[in-house]
Design a protein. Structure first.
Length: 273
């Protein structure tokens, strides 16, 4: 008897700012989709970067965000949350890719007249199936009376899809800044991002230190920090890139958009040390 144990690995790209994401030999771009204004279509590009032919099924999942940035899988909308998948059409839903083969996935948004103002969100889930053996694997079984265990990893990637409808608004504020030291001798900064409004936040945190006599130094960056609509605050801990303890100066923290073209600062705060 053959007993196959399936190991499931899910990587959720909830606002990671990389332009592409690779996991389990699957490359996906873009890693975040936004429908607002008159936008109705998006093309997702997949590439099998592995050495074996692989099959992927595509579906939707729903998540809530905790204040520490972790996620909870949902089966129904929570308070102040609306799912996007009833308004989305995706095709094809299943693809088989040879090594190095690309595939375009079409995502279409169908706006409805009764949509409420605010933000609808779901996650597209790409799940890998093991439809073929890796190159060089022999299927023959020498002794069928023995229990054989084969570890078959099943990888998955999920990316957020956001629809913004009607009148939307959002504002943010940084609070609870606190500089702390680790047992290993490094320093890190704790802070809270506060959100108000009917849509989520998404951007980069940039931390600078300015000594009393000297120029500003960038000592920390966290890209792709999101605050979903089901929470009003997100607690962040940032390890600072400083070789010496920070004393006698000012820490400046900016929360800004993730665009590489034009930077817009949502909010900022300072901490004197």
């Amino acid at each position: 008897m053959i007993n196959r144990i399936l190991l499931i690995f899910i990587i959720s790209v909830f606002g990671i700012s990389y332009q592409c994401m690779a996991q389990g030999d699957l490359l996906v771009t873009p890693t975040r989709v936004m429908f607002e204004g008159n936008k109705q279509k998006e093309t997702l590009n997949l590439v099998n970067t592995g050495n074996d032919t692989a099959t992927y099924t595509i579906s939707f999942l729903q998540y809530n965000m905790n204040e520490d940035g972790s996620f909870i899988l949902l089966d129904k909308p929570g308070e102040n949350q609306m799912f996007a998948d009833p308004f989305l059409r995706i095709f094809p839903r299943r693809v088989t890719l040879a090594p190095g083969e690309p595939q375009a996935i079409m995502l279409q948004f169908r706006r409805k007249a009764d949509m409420l103002p605010g933000e609808y969100r779901s996650h597209i889930y790409f799940r890998s199936e093991k439809n073929s053996n890796p190159l060089g694997m022999n299927n023959s079984i020498k002794d069928t009376t023995e229990l054989q265990v084969q570890l078959v990893p099943i990888f998955g990637i999920s990316i957020p899809v956001i629809i913004r409808s009607g009148e939307v608004n959002v504002s943010s504020e940084l609070s609870d800044l606190k500089l702390e030291s680790s047992n290993e001798g490094g320093q890190f900064l704790r802070l809270t991002i506060n959100r108000t409004g009917n849509i989520s936040l998404y951007g980069d945190l940039v931390i600078q230190f300015t000594p009393l006599q000297g120029k500003p130094l960038e000592i920390g960056v966290v890209k792709g920090v999101g605050v979903y609509t089901n929470i009003n605050k997100r607690r962040i801990v940032v390890k600072l890139n400083s070789t010496t303890p920070l004393i006698n100066g000012i820490l400046n923290v900016k929360y800004q958009n993730a665009s590489e073209k034009k930077k817009i600062v949502y909010t900022e705060a300072e901490l004197k040390i």
